[in-house]
Write a protein that binds this ligand. Sequence first.
Ligand SMILES: C[S@@+](CC[C@H](N)C(=O)[O-])C[C@H]1O[C@@H](n2cnc3c(N)ncnc32)[C@H](O)[C@@H]1O
Length: 429
Amino acid sequence: MSDTYRANLISLLASDLDFHESSSREFTHDLHAFPAKFPPQLPRKFIDGLTQPGEVVLDPMVGSGTTLVEALLADRQAIGFDIDPLALRLCQAKTAFVSPLRAAQAGLDVLRKARVAVYEQRSALQGELGQRFDHKTLEFVDYWFVPEAQIELLALLKQIELLPGDSVRSFLELVFSSVIITKSGGVSLALDLAHTRPHRAKEKPYRSPIKEFEKRLRQNLNSLAALPTVRPLVMLGSADAQRLPLRGSSVDLIVTSPPYPANAIDYMRAHKFSLVWLGYPLDFLSQYRKRYIGSEALNGARIAELPSTTTDIIQTIADSDRSKASALRRYYSEMTHVLAEMIRVLKPGKAAIVVVGSSVIRGIDTRTYDCLAEIGQQLGFEIAHIGVRNLDRDRRMMPARRGHERHSQIEHRMHQEYVIGFYKPGVSR
Ligand SMILES: C[S@@+](CC[C@H](N)C(=O)[O-])C[C@H]1O[C@@H](n2cnc3c(N)ncnc32)[C@H](O)[C@@H]1O
């Protein structure tokens, strides 16, 4: 490791990574809720400290695109991949040039026409709801959205769909989605969308999608106006982080956070609440969900040979729950393939910053940070240091607490995230 780069990497990892004092809502970061997203200060710290303008920054599991936005703001070349359709739409909208004036005009027009339609074309809208979705998707919509919310959502959507397919329309689709996906379940009957199984609350007070759209539109227009002109993205695509469409030794820095093990945050379960409205049938989404790292479906997973500490933890869990242990084996196997891709695409002498939380299965801490560090070392990475950050749970969509974890050491760990500094040995040219 070049001595200065190494010292710099270690000191960044050992510095304050909590960021509780600063706002995480600047620029386009707050356009849409996203479970377990980075505070922007985190990728910013490593991008500023470890790269120069023009260098390549990658996030292979890009989520809501925090790393991408920060890389572009710092004049770096940004590349992102994910498999989640909502994440990809979100990254596109957060990094594209959207004229605030055109977006405001189009958004206000959508609002005005939707209000008129709810008033004048109520029964036509009601009829269309029955035809728009297949049987299963309609059942889902009926279960989670009260009839009045369905009518207002459809009225908004129909106006958005009349717009040309450009960045303004993508921006408004996200405003639409952001009224559904919030920590408290937005205009749906769900109580908590970060929950593995969202709870339906029939008595939840009615929130008008049209009013919420108006509120979010105003907020999001302010965010747009604050985003300076930045470089365009180099690449954003739907790709599995286990098979990256990139040349070897082509990336200067990776900053990423994989899903939690044991499916503690089920992205598709939350995202389907808006994706069904954006044209994805429920059956398709349920099948698609199996492709996420950390999902519990075992079919098609490529199981890897795992090192000793990781194998021991899986074995301890297997003693009380074999199926959870198999799912964890799948998780660490997939993360082995992801880390192998990371070391392949990184230039020698450069770092990958991987942020992980820990999960508890049957009362046993999965020690994700130790396991991933061990797997990375097996693949040829050096571990520079593992930093710890204390989470402000109230500010983020996080996995739900379980009763037995409260007040325990494990509960304490669930308030922390680990920032692993992987270093690819060699000399950078
Ligand atoms: C913790 S989130 C990333 C959050 C991100 N750091 C942010 O600031 O928004 C993990 C992401 O991994 C993605 N993911 C899951 N399986 C994947 C796979 N096989 N390939 C690529 N991305 C995947 C999920 O869709 C999710 O967006």
